[in-house]
Design a binder for this molecule. Structure first.
Ligand code: B12
Ligand code: SF4
Ligand code: SF4
Length: 370
């Protein structure tokens, strides 16, 4: 989930429509965002992010693991959104639902199938949301001339904090942003603008006494934060290891990864605000699964080219071929399925030393579980 480019605008070609339309309010912004496919939108001001102290304490205590883009100078930039656009006046935070009708990982108990997390099933959301934010900017430009910059995930912003202050939801104990009507299966993107818009108000926290996510996390990665609330220890989180971590996965972590080969949905699957009858479902074809719970055996046999073809322009490509096979080997070792000995022996002979070592570990696991 790191860097790619930015889209920014210094358009004034639409200036001539200025004044032809009525005023630009936050509710007009919301309506236009809905037209562009966002389920949620809200506005906050240009001020520094007060949650930065939480973020800084979190990374100082090592909870960011090896995510250098959070611990180095790029992390520092997150305090001041104004660093990203000269003359910043308003930030439009927008949320796009990716949830499909398919079952949740916690309801899906086949040991020989791999779990790819829900957010990674379809097209790369960076590209999808950026296009829609550009579309939104173009619509807003028909009202008034302004400067803007579209950000999705990769810009040095604390996106959940910005969305919280713009009223898009509250930060749950699982650390995800949750909206009462929508749930938490949505991506966030921002349009930084020089527009003067009235800010929206944050909404109340509705976790109450619930602690389902904390109890369900198989690796106890959701921990109490100093001063109250909860935070995520990336050094324990399945999502971190299967997406962000490069190279060898520590042996004591491997059994906890279960059959997750990319990301993890458990702390959201169990959240009552995401119960299947309540959570919003996307209408966007682009987020439909390319590979829903694919057989581990088939994934282990993919050539580098097949991997690229299947997962091109999906978030899974971030793991790269080597990281993906490493994750598949771990999942096979955790499966208890003796049938995987043959494909694992092939992986153990791979040129890639990391893949080979994880496959050998998996073979040992299988022989122990026999
Ligand atoms: C690094 C990162 C990760 C890391 C670390 C996650 C983490 N919880 O910190 C890993 C790889 C583990 C990860 C996993 C996931 N991620 Co991620 N990730 C990011 C990224 C790039 C930075 C997040 C960050 O700064 N983390 C550091 C912590 C300290 O910050 P934070 O979680 O934002 O928390 C802040 C606020 O929430 C606030 N806060 C926290 N608690 C409270 C409580 C109160 C009362 C208040 C007032 C404030 C507050 O303070 C914190 C500091 O600012 C963002 C994009 C971005 N630029 O923000 C996406 C992002 C957070 N991820 C996203 C997604 C979808 C996921 C996954 C669901 C993917 C998956 N299925 O595997 C999981 C969810 C795991 C989880 N429970 O969080 C979405 C979240 C959308 C949402 N509805 O919340 C984002 C916003 C990307 C996007 N543009 O859509 N992710
Ligand atoms: S994403 Fe998975 S491992 Fe990480 S905190 Fe949530 S349940 Fe735990
Ligand atoms: S499972 Fe419960 S505690 Fe966890 S985020 Fe959802 S409502 Fe909050």
């Amino acid at each position: 989930m790191t860097s790619n480019g930015k889209a920014s605008g210094k358009m004034n070609t639409t200036c001539r429509t200025k004044g032809e339309r009525s005023g630009l309010s936050s509710s007009v912004v919301r309506d236009l965002a809905l037209e562009s496919g966002f389920a949620l939108a809200g506005v906050s001001g240009p001020e520094s992010v007060s949650d930065f102290t939480r973020f800084h304490s979190w990374r100082t205590r090592g909870l960011a693991g090896g995510m250098g883009y959070l611990t180095d100078h790029r992390g520092d930039l997150r305090q001041e959104p104004g660093n990203l656009l000269e003359g910043l006046r308003s930030i439009i935070s927008a949320g796009m639902v990716y949830n499909g009708p398919e079952p949740y990982s916690t309801e899906f108990a086949a040991d020989d199938l791999a779990w790819i997390s829900r957010y990674a099933w379809g097209e790369d959301y960076h590209v999808v949301l950026r296009k829609r934010l550009e579309e939104l900017a173009a619509k807003l430009l028909t009202y008034r001339d302004f400067q803007w910059r579209a950000c999705v995930d990769t810009a040095p912003l604390l996106e959940r904090s910005l969305a919280r202050r713009a009223g898009l939801g509250w930060i749950g104990k699982n650390t995800c942003l949750i909206h009462e009507r929508v749930g938490s299966w949505f991506f966030l993107g921002e349009l930084l603008t020089t527009l003067d818009l009235a800010p929206d108000a944050p909404v109340p926290d509705r976790c109450g006494t619930c602690s389902r996510c904390i109890e369900a996390c198989p690796t106890q990665a959701i921990i109490p934060a100093p001063g109250g609330r909860y935070e995520l220890d990336s050094r324990l989180c399945i999502s971190y290891f299967t997406i962000e971590h490069r190279g060898t996965v520590p042996e004591d972590i491997r059994p906890g990864l279960g059959r997750h080969v990319f990301g993890c949905d458990i702390c959201q699957d169990v959240c009552p605000w995401n119960s299947p009858r309540r959570a919003a479902v996307t209408q966007e074809e682009v987020f439909a699964p390319r590979e829903f719970a694919p057989p581990l055996g088939r994934m282990a046999a993919l050539t580098a080219e097949e991997f690229r073809n299947i997962f091109r322009s999906t978030p899974v490509s971030r793991a790269k071929y080597s990281g993906f096979l490493r994750n598949v080997a771990i999942a096979m070792g955790n499966s208890g399925c003796g049938d995987f000995e043959v494909p694992l022996r092939k992986l153990a002979a791979a040129e890639d030393a990391v893949v080979a070592e994880h496959a050998l570990w998996a073979l040992t696991q299988l022989s122990r579980s026999r």
